[in-house]
Write a protein that binds this ligand. Structure first.
Ligand SMILES: C[S@@+](CC[C@H](N)C(=O)[O-])C[C@H]1O[C@@H](n2cnc3c(N)ncnc32)[C@H](O)[C@@H]1O
Length: 245
């Protein structure tokens, strides 16, 4: 398949001479990188030269390629969809870092060996609450994550510690619409964590389509959002978490 080549150029540093991450992708085949999640993490993450990283749900490869460009020694990138892995592999080649990234197909930690450990796990997990009766197109179909939207982040936080080296950390983005009490409950219980950034973004596309359902979840304290000038906004957090000793 010859993908439609949308191209995005993300400066990784702040100055005019900053290194640029170049991504090509077909937005009808993979999750197109977004400012509030993909860019938020890849521009703010601190990468160490000896980092061995795992990217869960790589999509276009934005995190895997960005982290490799910023000097990580080795990256394993996982996605459940073949189209994402093909796109991410293409982007690794485009940015000349394919020798340091391994691509694996499967669900979350399934393609990771029991004794494989990483110094850094990154993820922008699927987080769309699933009412169960809605017909969505990409990116909706690849973002569904159980009735409250928290399924994949729960797997990340429950299974992550078994795959972290001592001092290892999980860095992920998460929205307030997807049972944040559950996710922050897990963080409070098992991790020491910092919120590195917090931004508010208006609902768009599927979040508008799910507005009614999200209102129901909000009434049950399972979803959080607020309105400004009649427009619903959700909060996105960039979180760095280390398992409690
Ligand atoms: C929100 S997108 C994030 C993509 C990319 N990391 C970014 O930030 O632009 C979530 C990604 O997770 C993938 N995905 C969905 N279910 C998955 C699963 N069970 N295991 C691994 N990846 C999954 C989707 O195909 C999609 O590429």
């Amino acid at each position: 398949m010859q993908p439609k080549r949308h191209t995005m150029r993300i400066p990784l540093g702040k100055g005019n001479d900053a290194q640029t991450l170049v991504l090509e992708y077909d937005p009808l085949a993979v999750y197109a990188p977004t400012a509030y999640s993909s860019v938020l993490l890849v521009r703010n993450i601190d990468v160490q030269p000896d980092d061995v990283a795992l990217d869960l749900g790589t999509g276009s490869g934005v995190y895997a390629v960005g982290i490799a460009l910023r000097g990580a020694r080795r990256v394993v990138a996982v996605d459940i969809h073949e189209s994402a892995l093909e796109t991410a592999q293409h982007n690794a080649e485009l940015n000349d870092v394919s020798a340091r990234i391994q691509f694996r197909r499967g669900s979350m930690f399934d393609p990771i060996g029991d004794d494989e450990k990483f110094s850094l796990i990154v993820s922008n997990p699927p987080c769309l609450p699933d009412p169960g009766d809605i017909d969505l197109m990409i990116p909706g179909t690849i973002m569904l994550s159980g009735p409250d939207g928290a399924h994949h982040a729960t797997v990340l936080l429950e299974q992550g510690p078994a795959h972290l080296l001592p001092e290892g950390r999980i860095v992920f983005v998460y929205p307030s619409t997807s049972n944040p009490r559950k996710i922050f409950g897990l963080l409070d219980q098992h991790y020491e964590y910092d919120i590195l950034a917090e931004i508010d973004i208006p609902f768009y596309l599927h979040f508008l389509e799910l507005w009614d359902y999200l209102r129901d979840l909000k009434a049950q304290d399972i979803s959080e959002f607020h309105e400004k000038a009649g427009v619903p906004y959700r909060t996105y957090w960039l979180i760095e978490a280390r398992p409690k000793p």
